[in-house]
Design a protein around this ligand. Sequence first.
Ligand SMILES: Nc1ncnc2c1ncn2[C@@H]1O[C@H](COP(=O)(O)OP(=O)(O)O)[C@@H](O)[C@H]1O
Ligand SMILES: [Mg+2]
Length: 362
Amino acid sequence: MSEVTVKEVKKYFNQVKALDGVDMKIQDGEFVVLLGPSGCGKTTLLRCISGLETVTSGEIRFDQKNVTHLPPKDRNLAMVFQSYAVWPHMKVKENIKYPMRIKKFSKEEIDKRAKETAELLNITELMDRYPAQLSGGQRQRVAVARAIVLEPAALLMDEPLSNLDALLRVTMRSELKKLQQRIQTTTVYVTHDQVEAMTMGDRIAVMRDGKILQFGKAEEIYQRPKNVFIAGFIGSPQMNFLEMTVKREEGRAELVSKGLSILCEEDKVKGLEKANLDKVILGIRPENILLSPENGCVPIKGSVYFTERLGGETIVHVSTESKRFVVKVSGDALFNENETLRIYLNVKKTRLFDPETEEAIG
Ligand SMILES: Nc1ncnc2c1ncn2[C@@H]1O[C@H](COP(=O)(O)OP(=O)(O)O)[C@@H](O)[C@H]1O
Ligand SMILES: [Mg+2]
């Protein structure tokens, strides 16, 4: 198990810039998720860490050791690319022992480690079965057992659940997460699925265009996204964005758009003063817009445009003079189309962005 350090890593495929200066430090035993849209460089970063791809420039370290120019076999890593990456013609115990046989471990060592790993992953009673006789979850555990039996510095996974159906994927998420907590192996996990990232990662690195835009805990990225892209990428339904005019005078700041006026709290006033903008993008998540007034909420008149009743929650699209807001309410709520109503923006839970740079200002 190791700390993994990626330093100013760039990777070009001819003219294509796949990684554009990536810096990250993954702590020993940590579960880090690389999250981002297709083509942003997640797989390339994982492959650079593994050595399957050579970096164009920059450095990769495992603890103090510089591994930048080592081939994959000398990096002592384990990779799980697909959930069913076990050999169907071998019993579970043979699957687990195989990597050690390749490395010519002694028979005693092989038996000892296979037994310990099986105990760790709770598959001791499955050792004499073939993969076809296992459930999806059990098969995944065998795949992980085989991956970690050589005690790798880190475990790398590239969208391991993407081929599974929705229901199994949900089960496997928590299964894999629990597994990692038990084995405490430093893990780098690639996904484009934000729910997977939010539920599994100790920390999440959000990537775009070969760069890491934000690296932090799930709640931090959800509550305090660094820019409009991250704010929009994380969360479903998406955060509402609205461009507003800033009116500032003597330590006060008001945000104005048609039918809506928000007096800013102190912390936001400071951010606005520093940024010195005439316009600002207000971001508010659908669950932070309410249908009844509460302390600190600002009302805006609207009418129901469209309702999505999902059973446990209801998504209401509300047209206002300013924009159409998406509102999430818990429970199954019934609305008539064009019904007029007021919605209430929970101002404390808003985020402000610079319209030019799209960076957060508070
Ligand atoms: N072997 C390759 N040759 C040329 N271009 C590549 C190669 N691998 C990846 N790329 C390009 O690098 C960028 C990042 O790709 P990738 O790391 O696979 O993204 P992701 O895994 O986030 O979907 C993309 O533009 C992709 O087309
Ligand atoms: Mg990929």
